[in-house]
Design a protein around this ligand. Sequence first.
Ligand SMILES: Nc1ncnc2c1ncn2[C@@H]1O[C@H](COP(=O)(O)OP(=O)(O)OP(=O)(O)O)[C@@H](O)[C@H]1O
Ligand SMILES: [Mg+2]
Length: 505
Amino acid sequence: MPLSIQSLAAIAIDLQTGLTRRDHFTLLVSSLRQLLNCDATALLRFEAQQFRPLAIDGLTQDVLGRRFALDQHPRLEAIARAGHVVRFPEDSHLPDPYDGLIPGHDKLKVHACIGLPLFADQNLIGALTFDSLNPRQFDQFNDEELQLISVLAAAALNNALLVETLEKQSLPDFVQQISIARDGGEIIGSSPVMQQLKQEIGIVAGSDLNVLISGETGVGKELVARAIHLGSARAAHPLVYLNCAALPENVAESELFGHVKGAFTGAIQHRVGKFELADNGTLFLDEIGELSLSLQAKLLRIIQYGDLQRVGDDSMKRVNVRILAATNRELKQAVVSGQFRADLYHRLSVFPVVVPPLRERVSDIPLLAGFFCERYRIKLGLTQLVLRGDALTALEGYPWPGNIRELEHAIYRAAVLARATQNGGVTELLPLHFNLNSQTAPEQQDNEMPPILVQGDLATLTDQFQREVIRKVLTASDMNWAATARKLNLNSGNLHRLAKRLGLK
Ligand SMILES: Nc1ncnc2c1ncn2[C@@H]1O[C@H](COP(=O)(O)OP(=O)(O)OP(=O)(O)O)[C@@H](O)[C@H]1O
Ligand SMILES: [Mg+2]
């Protein structure tokens, strides 16, 4: 049954009605799937050498989070290079990116497949893919008809992209997406809280304000900092990273501001500080809450006046640096308790950005899971890595105290386990590969005292006990020293010294 003019016209008309972009695309792929009577359809955006699914029908939800790099997917590469309709023979040796991702046909391989590249002025902007488990499904449609579909879809996609470009001022999210995609630091997530966060990132990136990024451990604060930098007018200049928690007091000042030769014993050469390195760019001060009060005062000065003094140098140097600071502490609380300067806090938090914990964006879990599945599929050299429905349900029901980082590690670990017991083809992640119930929240682990063997003098035993406790809390905190210090109610510098003495570092 060939395609009728009426059915294509109906799709064209649908695309003109006043729906949001997302709805348009969803409508488009589901209409096309019905029209071609196939099992799966996807509309993909092409940019920065990768395909990003914009809308899918008939595929597992996690596909929306997968990013298909051209050099990792020969089938998509063939579509990208073709310039016209591509029909893959049933016995094509090129793996289909959707193998194992059609729900209800978990183990089945996709049979018939066609791909339509989408162009705007000769430029590849996306693709449509159609997959069917029936190998003869697409024989009834001729290339001209399929070409017509691709013209319709390309026009719709291009329109949406043009609108986005026009809205750039109010929706800089799109601009960012490009530079971030190229840098591999895309922020995955389309839940309401993440849409709002992306909106905020867009707004603040365009300003030159200092930003305080706060949120629990592993929520993506560093990713947000990069997004703000890349979306700003400073993007072509460096983003310099400094972890305030790993800064020993005695070298902190020269690390930040630099020093001149002979400034102190051991200063055998001039040294440029992070502020100078970040001149015209951005300085990312991670774990700002760990900065000592004396350094806070020095930092405040440079933020206020923009001039710095290298250690041992009398002259002043002007720098133009934007500061992004991150913390997983209640900094306001630290101000109240006198551990953090109120004036510095106000300087930094002109525009506070709060990154929500994963448990407040459960609807992003499928996307993030898909994103990490594709990442670790490549890393582990697997043909395909899929997350079974019941495993996804388990992931959605877990509270994730370690947030995205914990989810990422869980998927990686599960993939390694699954690979060890399954051979070849599609590697499937099952609930048993995720040990979620036994992973108690770090708070709970803190209270568990490690058993010790009472043998030896008290000093040795005390050391042994301290070593065990630190090791345990450190592991529960994802090897984050600052978080460990906080949980043990220790000053971060003291913890470092203690860990060194105990031979933990
Ligand atoms: N929305 C997201 N999309 C994709 N990857 C993410 C997202 N959020 C976090 N990640 C990944 O999770 C990991 C942890 O993120 P990140 O280091 O930015 O967290 P953080 O908030 O700085 O944590 P901490 O407070 O422990 O330093 C990184 O590998 C990061 O790439
Ligand atoms: Mg971080």
